[in-house]
Write a protein that binds this ligand. Structure first.
Ligand code: ADP
Length: 191
């Protein structure tokens, strides 16, 4: 199986590049942000709780997202592999993911980090907020909070995969196709 973690701060382009990876490698896309937004749309209890946190730009509890990922792995048993997008976002989530995959006799193939500077990120998120109507993209204070959460809790996840020799980074600035070519080259090196 090919199991990729796509990594990078909010606005780095993980969603866009995930779509291209799915097509090329026939993978199942697991975006915790999308799953949570779906829960909100459905009006589930989990969605109502998550919305309060997401609207403030803070992370939802580890146990909640780990449970969601576990369910998705179970419901996609025949998959060629997975793209984890927006997960793991804490070291505790990364540890839990390793254990989940081990019980399924597979493992993370590698992490690919998209490198984009803060100024460019803020620009992209504000633009996305105008176009997509995502409330957490429309407000500069919430964007700053998300970047702060990323720096404090999520950035250390890179070290977790570096310690396993599974970390690679690519430049996240350029055309979508240029960036994808770099990602595909790294992905092929994991195979
Ligand atoms: P982005 O990558 O642009 O920040 P996401 O759609 O991945 O957007 O996430 C939106 C929000 O959903 C986050 O700010 C956070 O509140 C919540 N969230 C998504 N994934 C996780 C996760 N793995 N752990 C905790 N919270 C998460």
């Amino acid at each position: 199986m090919l199991n990729l973690v796509l990594f990078g701060p909010p606005g780095a382009g993980k969603g866009t590049q995930s779509q291209k990876l799915i097509e090329k490698y026939q993978l199942v896309h697991l975006s915790t942000g999308d799953i949570l937004r779906n829960e909100i749309t459905q009006g589930t209890e989990l969605g109502l709780e998550a919305k309060k946190l997401m609207d403030q730009g803070v992370l939802v509890p580890d146990a909640v997202v780990i449970g969601m990922i576990s369910n998705k792995l179970d419901s996609n048993k025949g998959a060629n592999g997975f793209i984890f997008d927006g997960f793991p976002r804490t070291v505790a989530q990364a540890e839990a993911l390793d254990i989940l995959l081990e019980t399924k006799h597979t493992a993370i193939s590698g992490m690919i980090a998209l490198i984009v500077d803060n100024e460019e990120l803020k620009k992209r998120l504000l633009l996305r907020g105008k176009e997509s109507g995502r409330p957490d993209d429309a407000n500069p204070e919430i964007i700053s909070k998300r970047i702060e959460e990323y720096n404090n809790k999520t950035a250390p996840v890179a070290n977790f995969y570096k310690a396993q020799n599974k970390f690679q980074s690519v430049n996240g600035i350029g055309s979508i196709d240029e960036i994808f070519a770099s990602i595909a080259a790294v992905t092929n090196s994991f195979n």
